[in-house]
Design a protein. Structure first.
Length: 181
């Protein structure tokens, strides 16, 4: 657990120029607290200890303003800047080195229980403040989602998407070609 805390604090220092020290990152950043709570609640959820996992998840929500369902799968180095109002649903999957800002929702559009209802966010994605990504869609590696965008369809790797509904406004072809090859 100590190793996890240090790794996540270093990630905060790397991604947020406002963070001045490891101490600050560990004690003042709600995203680190939310991820610690999530690790514990996710382990309990996987052991079918649903009530206890929910108690821990809701405590994290109350303390940090970040709601991560205990069933969500979170990769390494997720950085949630400012955090307040972030919601990550039960079947959401978040890859490594993802950055999201306040007010982001990885939500569902209904659906049947025990089915994939929430987005999959691949590695190295940046999601702007207030973006809503809804349904069992995939946000491709290296994509950028603009602030307040509403995304209802898959987003190709290494593209920038903005607007309501989301539309591709830029593709970094060099990165995309390296991804395909």
């Amino acid at each position: 657990m100590f190793k996890f805390i240090i790794e996540e604090a270093k990630n905060i220092l790397e991604k947020d120029p406002a963070a001045k020290s490891l101490f600050e990152a560990i004690f003042y950043y709600p995203s680190l607290k939310a991820l610690l709570y999530h690790r514990l609640s996710h382990k309990l959820y996987n052991k079918k200890r649903y009530t206890l996992s929910w108690i821990i998840s809701q405590r994290a929500r109350k303390k940090t303003g970040i709601e991560i369902h205990p069933g969500a799968k979170i990769g390494k180095n997720l950085f949630i800047d400012h955090g307040m109002g972030v919601v990550i649903g039960e079947t959401a999957e978040v890859g490594n080195n993802v950055t999201m800002y306040h007010g982001v929702t990885l939500g569902g559009l209904g659906g049947e229980p025990n089915t994939k209802r929430h987005p999959t966010v691949e590695d190295d994605v940046m999601i702007g403040a207030g973006a809503k990504i809804l349904g069992p869609i995939t946000i491709g590696r290296g994509a950028k989602i603009g602030a307040n965008a509403v995304i209802l369809k898959d987003v190709p790797p290494y593209t920038t998407v903005v607007g309501v509904p989301g539309r591709v406004v830029r593709t970094n072809r060099d990165d995309y070609l390296m991804y395909v090859i």
